[in-house]
Structure formats: structure tokens, C-alpha cells
Design a binder for this molecule. Structure first.
Ligand code: SAM
Length: 246
């Protein structure tokens, strides 16, 4: 007999388990997949270059965000965390992959940046294990690797860790050239895989993140290789602000 489901987290874990193990990119079990992905640093992966997202640079230039405490969610090799630290943010950066965290730590050491890295599943970290609440939660490319039911954990993280009046910024797959999946949510459970990541429309993002106010949603600008910034037009960039009165 197995009667072990009595919390929302139990249901979320049950749904995690409907996916083929090799399709997992979001639980602590996926760390080895990401480790393999990051092992060869010379691979031509655009976001391996140590440069920040163009939208993040633009938010800073326009003073839409100002220094405070920041969390880089799914930080990978740390390019955006480093940029935030260089602009005076006190940064925590979390990723599942020890290989990504080791690379990010090397970059931080070289840059003399004091960033607090955590190698963990961001959704299972407690407040005590982090340094929040945060004035900025930044996610470049993590959200679209989560299965539909984990949006619940994601929204819960924002509720717990974003200060009233704080900002949340996201880059994620748009439908089209990214090749990301436009299948309906239910199809991922039927197929037991996420088909490389989920595409979202701007309306989807507005609906999912309706608890925070939209500041700006636009496509990322395409940046040439020689640019100081990372930019791929198949991604959305979105900046939201939490109500200051909450
Ligand atoms: C497409 S990569 C983007 C990396 C980095 N943000 C960048 O843009 O350079 C997505 C990252 O999300 C991380 N990730 C996925 N699920 C996670 C989770 N539950 N907790 C922490 N990190 C996670 C992966 O390990 C991976 O490094």
C-alpha cells in the first residue's frame, strides 16, 4: 500500500515522476545532465560567453532597476550574476550544476566579485539558506525548462523571496525560431518529456505572472558576436514589479 500524497509538494513530486528520467532538467537529479552540458567550455553555446543579457544591461542603463539584493535563478556560469555584482548588487546565485557553479566561481574570483553561490535546486532552498528577501530576482533561461506544474513552485518562490516593490526579470523561449515546444501543457505529461523547453507567448507570461505588474515585455534584441552583450531574438525579455503595498 502507498498512501503518501497529502501535501501540494507531494502532488508536484508525483508529477515530476511522470517524466522520463532522461527528460529531467529541473530537479536535483538533473545536475549530471547540466554538468555534461557545461563540461566542454569551448562549445559554441552563445550563453557560454561571459557577457550579460542585453535587456539586463538596458534595465540598469535606464535605472529601471537599482542596486540592492539580487538572486540569479539558474545562474549557469554566472554571467548575469557577475554583471549585477559589478553594478553594486549583493548577489546570491543558484544553480543545480556543480560544474556550472565551479565555472561561475572561477569567473567571480578573476573579476574580484563577492557573489554567494549555491549549488542546489532553487525551489527547495529555504529562506535561511538564502540571503533574501531580494530586490531583484533574475532568471535567464531557467523557467522555460520547468514542467507546467512547477510554475506553482516558481510563483511560490517569487511570493516568498521578492520584497514588496522589488523586480522580477525573465528571459524565456518565444514560439518560432527557438525550436521550443508549442505543444499544450497536457502533451508534456503524455509524452513524458519537455521537447527541449517550453515556448511562451507574451500573453502567457502576463497571465502566469499576473501577481506582479508588467514594466516591460519585449523580444530580446539580436546582438552580434562582437557585442558586449548577449542577445537572441527568439527569446522574450520581461520585467515585472511587485506591488509596494503587499
Ligand atoms: C539555459 S541554462 C541558463 C544559464 C544561465 N542563466 C545563463 O543564461 O547563462 C538554465 C540553467 O538553469 C539551471 N536550473 C534548472 N533547474 C534548476 C533548479 N531547479 N534550480 C536551480 N537551477 C536550475 C540549470 O542547471 C541551467 O544551468
Amino acid at each position: 500500500m502507498d498512501r503518501n500524497i497529502y501535501t501540494v509538494e507531494d502532488v508536484l513530486e508525483l508529477l515530476d515522476g511522470l517524466f522520463a528520467p532522461e527528460a529531467d532538467r529541473w530537479t536535483s537529479g538533473a545536475a549530471t545532465w547540466w554538468d555534461d552540458f557545461y563540461t566542454d567550455r569551448s562549445k559554441p553555446v552563445p550563453f557560454f560567453a561571459a557577457k550579460p543579457d542585453e535587456n539586463l544591461a538596458s534595465y540598469l542603463d535606464r535605472e529601471l532597476i537599482t542596486p540592492g539584493r539580487a538572486l540569479d535563478l539558474g545562474c549557469g556560469p554566472g554571467r548575469n550574476a557577475l554583471h549585477l555584482a559589478s553594478h553594486g548588487f549583493q548577489v546570491d546565485a543558484v544553480d543545480l550544476s556543480p560544474t556550472a557553479i565551479a565555472w561561475a566561481q572561477e569567473r567571480a574570483l578573476q573579476a574580484g566579485a563577492d557573489i554567494r553561490f549555491r549549488c542546489a535546486d532553487a525551489f527547495s532552498l529555504t529562506e535561511a539558506e538564502l540571503n533574501g528577501p531580494y530586490d531583484l530576482i533574475y532568471d535567464s533561461g531557467c523557467f522555460h525548462h520547468l514542467p507546467p506544474h512547477r510554475r506553482i513552485s516558481y510563483l511560490d518562490l517569487l511570493d516568498r523571496l521578492l520584497v514588496p516593490g522589488g523586480h522580477f526579470a525573465l528571459t524565456c523561449f518565444a514560439p518560432g525560431e527557438s525550436g521550443a515546444s508549442t505543444l499544450p501543457d497536457t502533451a508534456f505529461y503524455r509524452d513524458a518529456r519537455l521537447h527541449g523547453g517550453l515556448a511562451y507567448t507574451s500573453q502567457d507570461l502576463r497571465r502566469i505572472f499576473s501577481r506582479v505588474a508588467e514594466v516591460e515585455i519585449r523580444r530580446m534584441h539580436d546582438e552580434p558576436v562582437e557585442s558586449a552583450h548577449f542577445g537572441e531574438a527568439f527569446l522574450w525579455t520581461a520585467l515585472f514589479r511587485r506591488n509596494a503595498q503587499e
